[in-house]
Design a protein around this ligand. Structure first.
Ligand SMILES: NC(=O)c1ccc[n+]([C@@H]2O[C@H](COP(=O)([O-])OP(=O)(O)OC[C@H]3O[C@@H](n4cnc5c(N)ncnc54)[C@H](O)[C@@H]3O)[C@@H](O)[C@H]2O)c1
Ligand SMILES: O=C(O)C(=O)C[C@]1(C(=O)O)C=C[C@@H](O)C=C1
Length: 367
């Protein structure tokens, strides 16, 4: 029997989930709805959904499973709206919001209906928005947090887990408050820091025009996420206000600590500060898409002549190997430069290595 799955919000996350379910599950019919009609039409033409719905009612009243993939404040409003509709008996509703407490609290509204809400949050994403950025394998190896309560029917949790199996993510369960605290530390607060560093550089640019031109590797790495959707992050900070306020205080103490070491030229203290941070970060999982995304890097020695990048990417394109990132690490006249290619999977990196070596390039895989 075909299951109708409604996806409300066809952006990066809703689009990626829909693509994945459509590709990995049998007998599903994906129905999409988005307030932005352009996103909705694009989702249909990209094969992300099977059917465009003209309203929330049309999408949800015939659905067996409803996935809410909109900014978190809209998710709260949507739960309230869904509670007023005539949904199918036994329907599962889940969401993908980056915060959980407020959404799950609102979803208590379904408690006395035969409607089963299970909060969700895939811990993978990007600074890009919109359905055009959706990827079928976005959640592979990432943690995917579910927040069922002790009242959630076990068979409904299993049904949702089965639906998400094809994402190849690691499904784990947490309480909403645990989730919001930990996501605050490793995701929400870092986005504030990234944005604040960009503000600092922007102000400094008034004193020195070269600031943006000199902003190279380190600055770009730490501020990539400052390019994320302002709507999404406004809503996340509003929802997770309590954790954010605590983290601001902890961060201020942290800054005071390192500031004092610098003020007193405490060389040993400064060394230890960086060493401890390095040891902790180097120990973070790299294969899982946790704090460090699982990109498989391949370094390629390339001579410095015009057109070299399109030559390398052209060979990869011929073999349909897609790269997720490319960076020139070093190019100087008369010596070989290094091109760092990031690939999504280990097998893609191996294919790229064989392909480029067969064309005479030297390659190197970092340990
Ligand atoms: N981007 C990430 O890295 C990431 C990762 C995990 C979870 N999330 C969460 O996923 C959710 C979606 O984020 P995204 O990155 O896909 O955003 P996005 O901006 O790419 O997509 C959101 C979509 O929702 C639509 N929308 C907004 N309000 C709506 C409404 N009331 N009804 C129907 N459609 C509506 C928008 O038009 C847009 O197409 C957010 O709650 C976010 O916190 C994001
Ligand atoms: O990779 C990124 O750009 C992200 O910011 C993804 C990220 C994160 O902070 O890790 C952002 C928000 C989500 O709720 C989950 C994942």
């Amino acid at each position: 029997m075909t299951r109708n799955i409604a996806v409300i919000g066809l952006g990066l996350i809703g689009g990626s989930l829909s693509l994945n379910i459509r590709e990995t599950q049998e007998n599903v019919h994906m129905i999409g709805y988005d307030i932005n009609k352009d996103q909705l039409h694009l989702a249909k033409s990209l094969g992300v959904i099977d059917e465009e719905a003209s309203s929330i009612e049309c999408a949800c009243e015939k659905a067996d499973i409803i996935i809410i993939a909109v900014p978190v404040t809209h998710a709260v409003a949507l739960c309230e709206k869904l509670a007023s509709l005539k949904l199918k008996k036994g329907v599962i509703i889940t969401d993908v919001g980056s915060t959980k407490t407020k959404i799950v609290e609102t979803a208590n509204i379904f408690a006395h209906q035969d409607v089963h809400f299970i909060g969700g949050h895939p811990m993978a994403g990007s600074h890009k928005s919109g359905v055009a950025a959706a990827k079928v394998h976005l959640f592979e190896n990432a943690y995917y947090i579910l927040t069922p309560s002790e009242h959630t029917a076990e068979e409904k949790v299993s049904e949702l887990k089965q639906l998400l199996q094809g994402t190849k993510s690691q499904l784990i369960e947490m309480t909403p408050s645990e989730h919001d605290r930990v996501a605050g530390v490793i995701s929400h607060f870092p986005h504030i820091i990234a944005a604040s560093l960009v503000h600092q550089a922007k102000k400094y640019k008034k004193q020195n025009e070269l600031t943006s031109k000199l902003a190279a590797g380190g600055f770009r790495d730490i501020t990539r996420i400052a390019s994320s959707s302002p709507v999404m992050w406004r809503d996340i900070l509003i929802h997770n206000q309590q954790s954010m306020l605590e983290l601001f205080d902890e961060w201020a103490l942290e800054m005071e600590e390192i500031k004092e070491m610098v003020r007193s030229l405490d060389a040993e203290g400064i060394f230890n500060y960086f060493e401890e941070a390095k040891n902790f970060r180097d120990g973070l999982p790299v294969k899982e898409k946790g704090a460090i995304p699982s990109f498989y890097d391949l370094y390629v020695d390339v001579p410095d002549y015009p057109g070299i990048i399109s030559e390398v990417t052209g060979y990869l394109a011929e073999e349909r190997i897609s790269i997720t990132n490319l960076r020139i690490l070093e190019t100087r006249e008369d010596i070989y430069g290094v091109l760092r290619l990031s690939l999504q999977k280990e097998e893609d990196r191996e294919k790229a290595r064989i392909c480029l070596e067969s064309h005479g390039y030297g390659t190197f895989i970092p340990s």
